[in-house]
Design a protein. Sequence first.
Length: 200
Amino acid sequence: MIINKNFEFNIKSIEDIDDAIYKLKIYRYNLVGKGKNNEKLHEKIFKACQEVYHTIIPTTTIGSPNYYVYAHLNPLQNLKPTKNGYDAFAATLGMGYKPFYIGKGIENRAYELNRNENHRKIRQLLKTESKEIVVKIINSDLFEDEALIIESKLIDIFGLLVNRGILTNLDEGICPFVRRTYYKSAYNKLLKSRGLNLIN
């Protein structure tokens, strides 16, 4: 067992070692990324988010264009667009707070708040603070395939909790391996910013 004033880990546990490496990368990032370097990194993240979001992926136009893509936002977490590339991108979509869930739907789907366990925990936390989830409609008048692609790209941008992202969604969206080939370089920049392995 190695003990440090910031964290401890078991050197015989791969999970602990991976977690320690992630924490060390964050510490290194904070040390190296001061001032202009930090601004450049945030700018790179912002540009990667934009590239993923604006990449055109072929879709079908079957059915009616009555779908939309939405985000559940946490009003306890204000965006810091001048200090965080992800937050700057979220602000361009009209978000005033950090998203914690991305979805697509029709009619009142965005306002139905029963999702998964992690989503429920955030709802409970908000209730203890006398706050409610903020629902933000990001795109509307979409065909279902269009909505699925936009939802999936936003999941790639903000990342799942299980992949060191911020979203409580349970899956990575539609055809993750295929769609990521369209924006592999930008997506790898986002993975790198979260200390994850890059895709080939």
